[in-house]
Design a protein around this ligand. Structure first.
Ligand code: ZN
Length: 504
């Protein structure tokens, strides 16, 4: 091993330690930290992140990466180290171009903006948030002018969350989907809706916890290399591929939401637990492409979990663990988990209308960064799109434009990754069935391990080393398309809503 590669490995090990420490602090803050622990946690977090930022932008690392890129060093690297050096160098070059003053200003703007968003949401008053949103948009533009001067602004933002994906592709697949989906949703909503009264009772949250444990084990969560806790909003955290944690939120008034949060976060975790262990603690390990990551959580949650066949081998066990479901037949349960309704809140939406919530946000973001629509005009734009796509209009800002926190911390370009995940899923399902046969049959036979094994081999194993578009080519042999997802929706929902059969 060359001396330079040895030095890079040392720095990587330090950076991995910083990440472990700051993620543990985050985990603690979101799960069991008492109120009084906030200041010490926040200080420690700030300290560790500053040290990590310094090291990853240091001249020392810059020189090592530059040296390793010289032909005589480069040729000695294997493919994994070539990927790591190339990625770290590119990221460092971009981030070193941000002047420190600009970086500090961005941090301050975000802190204030997050605070203003919380206040605005509480008061349901967009005018409280508007001036901060304006600042957040301006500082975002300024930062991107340093980091990505060669890219169109909104494409540069998308690139932060789904590397290599561009708005031309997203425009094409989202409009494909929107054109098929708007009439499909109208047909569904005009149809008879199921009776959901059996789900409006109180559920034992201790039983919900047992159900979560059962479901995580069933889908293949590895308890030797993972654990769980409770938090306000469910999330997955990977300390390394051998320590991946998920959280959940258990509710007396809702038995379904915790089940599907468990399966969703479990899908994220199974991805991380199955990345090639050689990549551990490097840029190659884990998966930082949110669309691809989301495709795996959503594959487990929606494609598998919302399929009646998923439950056939296990529903009797679930009824034993959660006795309030004793009088709910499997058919009634399947209807409820596939209950499509026009609703205001993205995170509570079913898998079909969810897509339209994301398309709306994508279009509003483009209106901000491409068309320069004034911040003051955004609530009206939001409401008119809700009317157009879902036929409903928010009665206030809290259930409209203020519902998500993403824009308050400058996460513009994040939303589309949720829907990219579902679109990829349609494609993965098609490719999987071509190789393994009917997923309905595999699920009904309890062979979920075969499905998971396919995802492990085709997707998870490669971690970061394949970009999203490369994953689609490798797994599906084609470019992104929304047609398989639309086909899946039409076939599946014709079973629950006979109106859908009338559609071509
Ligand atoms: Zn997710």
């Amino acid at each position: 091993m060359s001396e330079l590669l040895g030095k890079l490995k040392e720095i990587n090990a330090k950076l991995a330690n910083f990440t472990t420490i700051s993620e543990l602090l985050y985990w603690d803050m979101r799960t069991i930290m008492p109120e009084g622990g906030f200041e010490a946690h926040a200080n420690a977090m700030d300290y560790i992140q500053t040290e990590s930022f310094r090291l990853s932008n240091s001249d020392e690392l810059f020189e090592i990466l530059k040296g390793l890129s010289e032909p005589e060093e480069w040729e000695q690297l294997d493919d994994m180290w070539k990927f790591i050096v190339k990625t770290m160098r590119e990221d460092q070059e971009r981030s070193r171009r941000i002047p420190e003053e600009v970086f500090r200003r961005a941090v301050a703007i975000t802190t204030e903006s997050e605070h203003a968003w919380e206040e605005a949401k509480q008061a349901s008053d967009f005018s409280i948030f508007a001036p901060h949103l304006k600042k957040q948009i301006e500082i975002t533009k300024e930062i991107k002018s340093y980091t990505h001067p060669e890219m169109e602004l909104y494409d540069a933002l998308l690139n932060d969350y789904e590397k290599g994906m561009d708005s031309a592709t997203i425009d094409r697949i989202f409009s494909e989907l929107r054109e098929g989906l708007v009439p499909l949703v109208r047909q569904i909503l005009a149809d008879k809706q199921p009776d959901d009264s059996k789900f409006r009772r109180k559920f034992d949250t201790e039983a919900e916890k047992k159900v979560q444990k059962y479901l995580l084990s069933y889908i293949g969560f590895d308890w030797e290399r993972g654990t769980t806790a409770e938090s306000e909003h469910p999330f997955t955290l990977d300390l390394t591929c051998s320590d991946v944690r998920v959280t959940n939120h258990f509710r007396e008034d809702d038995v379904i939401d915790p089940m599907f949060s468990a399966i969703h976060e479990g899908g994220h975790a199974i991805f991380e637990q199955n990345v090639n262990p050689e990549y551990k603690d490097t840029e190659a390990g884990g998966c930082s492409y949110l669309g691809i990551h989301e495709s795996q959580s959503r594959f487990f949650e929606n494609i598998l979990g919302r399929n009646i066949n998923f439950w056939k081998p296990i529903y009797a066990d679930i009824q034993k663990l959660q006795p309030e479901l004793a009088d709910v037949s499997l058919e009634e349960f399947a209807r409820e988990i596939n209950h499509v309704q026009a609703s205001m809140i993205r995170t509570a939406a079913d898998e079909v209308t969810y897509c339209l919530h994301v398309i709306l946000r994508y279009e509003v973001e483009k209106a901000i960064f491409r068309e320069g629509v004034a911040v003051e005009d955004l609530p009206a734009l939001w409401n008119s799109k809700m009317k157009e796509y879902l036929g409903i209009v928010p009665k206030n800002d809290a259930e409209g434009i203020l519902q998500d926190m993403h824009w308050s911390d400058g996460s513009f370009g994040y939303f589309p990754t949720y829907l990219l995940g579902s679109i990829y899923d349609g494609m993965f399902l098609e490719a999987m069935e071509a190789e393994l046969g009917s997923v309905d049959t595999l699920l009904a036979d309890g062979k979920i391990g075969e499905i998971r094994g396919w995802l492990n081999r085709k997707i998870h194993w490669y971690g970061n080393t394949r970009l999203p578009k490369e994953v689609l080519q490798a797994v599906c042999g084609r470019e992104a398309t929304a047609q398989p997802l639309l086909r899946y929706f039409r076939e599946k929902y014709a079973r629950y809503y006979p109106n859908v059969k009338n559609l071509k």
